[in-house]
Design a protein around this ligand. Structure first.
Ligand code: BMA
Length: 312
């Protein structure tokens, strides 16, 4: 067992690899996660043999052992406006439970850059694409489960030279048109998340605030290191940050996180809070395999409240 600050990595990691997938893929990683009808659903990203990504589905009764569906869950679109923007593949899907449905946000890659597409499902069988909801180079969108003063809220990550790779909040009346955007969290110099940060798992509610597990990147002479951190947002104002843990909660150190398609990466797109006060955190290891770990939710909340770094 491997204890990194406040999270415990599952001893039988990795929990899913390309060998578990019944169609040809070269990786399994960065999966959106949700508990649906008492089953755990994992919508994972795989590279195919041309280097472009698709989304597969795996199910589990315990959140640790998963069976992959025989066919991919979502392929790049072949018609209408989505076809043009998904030409180079679809990646890093998040499952956001909002009202009575599940919103799926994923990166759409094309010759025009990367942007975020929004789709919707109620049953994880039928998926309806709704809209492309960001412009180029704006990705890692997670939508909060509740509305605030009648508006949906999301965390996102635009990128520009003057405001590189920071976390912003944006609002929408209808999930399609987003605005009223503000930067709320930036990388901190000479800190583990100094190079870039981005939204990770969709935030979930705790009694002290919305807990958001995000990724932070540090540049080294041997390349970038992706780690996970925790931030707490105000329950009635998601743009207000109550605290960001100064220390990372998880870092690459297992062999399948340190080496693989992209070395030294743990990257999350999903976490599942449980009734017993624990959270299962899921991450891609080295852009190659899927892993899981557990943490006590209160411990992560306390870490954000007691030992924090400035948001901006
Ligand atoms: C990010 C995204 C993720 C990936 C990570 C590490 O920019 O592309 O999908 O896991 O880099 O390669």
């Amino acid at each position: 067992m491997n204890i990194e600050n406040k999270s415990i990595k599952y001893e039988k990691n990795p929990i899913l690899t390309k060998n578990d997938v019944p169609y040809p893929v070269t990786t399994v990683h960065n999966a959106g996660m949700v508990k649906y009808n008492n089953r755990y659903i994992m919508l994972f990203r795989s590279h195919t043999h041309n280097g472009r990504s698709i989304i597969g589905r795996a199910d589990s009764s315990d959140g640790f052992s998963f069976i992959v569906h025989p066919e991919p869950f979502l392929m790049p679109a072949s018609d209408n406006v989505f076809a043009e923007y998904e030409e180079f593949g679809i990646e890093d899907l998040r499952i956001c439970p909002v009202e009575d449905k599940y919103l799926l946000t994923y990166s759409a890659y094309s010759r025009h850059g990367v942007r975020i597409a929004l789709a919707r499902t109620r049953d994880f069988e039928n998926v309806e694409r709704i809209a492309l909801i960001t412009q180029a180079d704006l990705r890692n969108v997670v939508i909060f489960p509740e509305k605030f003063d009648g508006r949906y809220a999301r965390l996102d990550r635009p990128h520009s030279e003057i405001s590189p790779w920071s976390i912003w909040v944006s609002y929408s009346p209808d999930l399609i048109h987003w605005g009223d955007s503000r930067v709320i969290m930036k990388p901190v110099s000479y800190h583990w998340d100094e190079m870039k940060i981005g939204p990770g798992a969709p935030p979930f509610k705790t009694n002290k605030g919305w807990l958001h597990i995000y990724h932070g990147v540090f540049k080294t002479m041997a390349g970038a290191v992706y780690r996970l951190g925790a931030a707490l947002h105000d329950l009635s104002d998601p743009g207000k940050i109550i605290g960001i843990a100064d220390k990372w909660i998880l870092q690459p150190d297992a062999p399948w996180e340190v080496s693989g398609y992209v070395p030294n990466v743990v990257f999350t797109c999903g976490a599942i809070p449980e009734d017993d006060g624990m959270v299962k955190i899921y991450w891609g290891g080295a852009d190659t395999v899927m892993c899981v770990g557990t943490a006590v939710i209160d411990d992560l909340v306390q870490l954000c409240l007691s030992d924090n770094r400035p948001p901006l």
